[in-house]
Write a protein that binds this ligand. Sequence first.
Ligand code: GLU
Length: 481
Amino acid sequence: MSELNRVRTRFAPSPTGFMHIGNLRTALYAYLFAKQNNGDFILRIEDTDLERFVPGAIDVVYSTLKESGMEISEGPNEGGNYGPYIQTERKDIYMKYALELVEKKAAYYCFCDKERLETLANSEGIKRYDKHCLHLSDEEVKMRLARGDKFVIRQNMPTEGISEFDDLVFGHVEIPNNELEDQILIKSDGLPTYNFANVVDDHLMKISHVMRGNEYLSSTPKYNLLYDAFGWEHPKYVHLTPIMKDAQRKLSKRYGDANFDDFIKKGYLPEAIINYIALLGWSPKGEEEKFSMEELIEKFSISGLSKSSSIFDQTKMSWLNGEYIKQLPFDEFMKKAKPFFDASCIKDRYDYEKFGKLLQSRIEILSEIPEKVAFIDQFNVIEKEQYYHKKFKIDENVALKILEYSIPKLEAIEFTEDNLHATIVKIAEELEVKSGAVYTVLRIAISSCNVTPGGIVEIADILGKDESMRRFNKALEWLKE
Ligand code: GLU
């Protein structure tokens, strides 16, 4: 009977201060799988590499998971029966288990200094550690420990046979044991390496399914040898392919495009990011691509995970983001859009809501807002050709006629939406042109742009009557020149 019959998955980030999209996807799959099986999703902080530790990094992990909508069952802040959940707080646990392995001859003390290891690494042929210290006598080991010599503890790998296991994505994996290095389990600072801590923790935390990047696939036989030495049951392994920027390059911080926070700053919504990355490496059955977290929990399956890496397609993520933006209740859209309006040229000058109504269905990412509203300040000499429009049969003479005729009519009305529409339609009738022609001429005249978010009525409403009339008159002057 398995001890691991309750589904427990973990997300085990190293606190580097940012959340890489690939790590977030690992967390997501682990979360979806746990939730789908009414299991537990555990957060464990892997901070034994002290040099890489970044203050505040755990907060970044927490805020990202929260924004993404993932609920943690057990973790540093949540507590749980298998804590502590921060590895540096578990230091004594690892040492105790390492010593158990030494006792069992599955591990040994190594006192080799840097120079010796460097000589080995630079030697011809096999560059792996040569088991030198495995052959020290018990007396010598005792003496050197008593003397306070610096040491590490290494795993004693078998030199014959093969190690094999089945990965739920990659299938059967086999590695000849003589290719496995006697890796370090406990470093000279007394802290464990990832290679040791992951095994001890996954066992003690009763992790049933280990989901992680496939860079750990080839080390997994070593981990299994550790489980065997302790007499522990192996977890199931689910190794995930990386997310690529293109065929050659992994998505990485180096290219400035890999972090959750950066995407949020650019104006992507967490639910769109989550939806998109779920599809990077996992194929749902059917054509549907837009999934809420609940739907992802229901539909996710390990069998849908891909063995080949996936390429990050920002255009597609942007499209999906646009779909999510359209769906937001207006108030919520405005809340999220506000910082982007604040960063635009209309800051504190115009009614954000009026722009919001225009833009919500016209942008894919919120950071498009400043450029979309920029036209408001770009009123400038209009070239006559700008008015040319085939379908509405507009040329500069038609434009002149429309503008000249419209100005007094517009001057005479109060600028409400209804009045403006009614007046424009009436002008079109009286001039015997299509109403589209009047809308177009006035829109170009008021903005000096051929493409604007929104039509003349919305723009006139935003600018107000005085400014609108000033612009119409100016445009008329330019047309007459
Ligand atoms: N701390 C490891 C990393 O961030 C986690 C690997 C794992 O999930 O076991 O790469």
